[in-house]
Design a protein around this ligand. Structure first.
Ligand code: SF4
Length: 409
């Protein structure tokens, strides 16, 4: 650990609970200094990121900690050229606790931070008026103006309301924060809603941005860190404003459907479908919604470009979509549209598949093998062309060379 021998002693009571004896800011600065002198690109050396947790399971935090391109570590240590050092304030990974943790948030609220800040919200935002007197659904920190011994916990949603106007950017991570998600599903007893619904469609950050939405349950960690890096480069004045779609999603990450990038899409196109989990074919008939879902999990993978729902045999249940979960239930049942699209694929596939296999057999033969009746290898079955193969491939090759032959004349 870099800092143990240099860690300053705990200096005042606000540091109680800080086992490292050093603030997150001091740690990040010291680690960055160890990496050598930075080449300053852009307006800011550092930016604070306040991570607020609402009605969440912490899955978004776990996903982001696993990000690799870029990694959280590279953001915290300022090792990406042009990206300022990120001072992350997160309840799970913070060095400070208690008032030492809360003070930067209070400073940001008072407009006293000496660097810009971004807020990230994980989980949906509850209607705290439903929590009952003295209770709360999700909160961080406390202040001395409440009913319980003169103190009250400050709901995370209240912090969002306080910090959002002054934030350079406001990012909702995960489907609970972006669209309400599971806490806002049918029977929603907490009044849970998304960050956009909570702040209102007119909300703009200090730099004029609406809420940026990075959905997923849990989201791809890289989708978050890459978007943060792109936004920070924009704030620095060294990168363009990243392109967002009309729901505030990074357009380059959510512009395609799962299906278009799925490694099972070839099976769909040839009309062959899995009948049960574990089969290698397309999963649409066991409940996959991939053809209509905006998500890049199949191309990006879950962590370090590895894994991801369909890549490891799971169906797409639409977890990145605003309609999730109510519009995708019951899960594990084929979507109704499958009757039409699956039947069409089957019909086309039943014609195309045999032709492709015939051409495949032919392309698996060297030209000289075509003239021999001997098995081409010592591995067994003869791949000798049948009479039909010869007729069809002869016609196929004539068509293949027709343009060339015309040009040669
Ligand atoms: Fe499309 Fe799902 Fe089939 Fe993949 S498994 S090809 S996403 S329907």
């Amino acid at each position: 650990m870099v800092m143990t021998e240099q860690a300053p002693a705990i200096r005042h009571m606000s540091q109680v609970g800080n086992v490292a004896g050093i603030s997150q800011e001091e740690w990040a600065t010291a680690v960055a200094a160890k990496a050598g002198p930075r080449t300053r690109i852009g307006a800011f050396e550092q930016v604070h990121v306040f991570w607020l947790a609402g009605m969440s399971c912490d899955g978004c935090s776990i996903a982001v900690l696993g990000a690799t391109a870029p990694s959280v570590e590279s953001l915290l240590t300022g090792s990406l050229p042009g990206v300022p050092i990120v001072f992350l304030h997160h309840t799970a990974v913070q060095l400070e606790a208690g008032e030492a943790y809360m003070e930067p948030m209070r400073k940001a609220w008072r407009g006293e931070l000496e660097a810009p800040y971004v807020i990230v919200y994980e989980g949906s935002l509850a209607d705290e008026s439903l929590a009952g007197t003295g209770g709360y659904w999700s909160a961080v920190g406390e202040e001395g103006d409440g009913p319980m011994e003169g103190r009250r916990q400050i709901p995370s949603a209240e912090w969002a309301r306080r910090l959002a106007p002054g934030a350079a950017a406001t990012i909702a991570i995960g489907t609970c924060a972006t669209w309400g998600g599971i806490p806002a599903a049918f029977g929603n007893v907490t009044g849970a809603m998304s960050l956009t619904d909570f702040l209102g469609a007119d909300y703009r950050s200090a730099l004029g941005l609406p809420v940026v939405n990075i959905p997923g349950c849990s989201p791809v960690g890289d989708n978050f860190t890459e978007t943060v890096a792109a936004i920070l480069l924009f704030l620095q004045g060294v990168g363009p404003l990243p392109e967002f779609d009309d729901l505030g999603r990074p357009a380059w990450l959510f512009g395609e459907t799962v299906h278009r990038q799925c490694n099972r899409a070839g099976y769909y196109e040839e009309g062959t479908f899995a009948e049960e989990y574990g089969d290698k074919e397309c999963l649409v008939e066991v409940g996959c919604w991939g053809p209509v879902v905006n998500c890049n999990i199949t191309s990006r993978g879950a962590i370090n470009h590895v894994g991801g729902c369909m890549n490891v045999g799971g169906i797409c249940i639409g977890c990145t979509m605003p309609g999730f979960p109510d519009k995708f239930t019951p899960f594990y049942k084929a979507p109704p549209g499958t009757v039409l699209s699956g039947t069409s694929s089957r019909l086309v596939g039943s014609f195309i598949r045999p032709l492709r296999r015939m051409t495949q057999r032919d392309r698996n033969r060297e030209v000289r093998w075509d003239r021999s009746s001997e098995p081409p290898t010592g591995w067994g079955a003869s791949n000798a062309p049948t009479f039909v193969d010869k007729i069809v491939q002869g016609a196929y090759d004539r068509i293949r060379h027709s343009d060339t032959a015309a040009k040669d004349r």
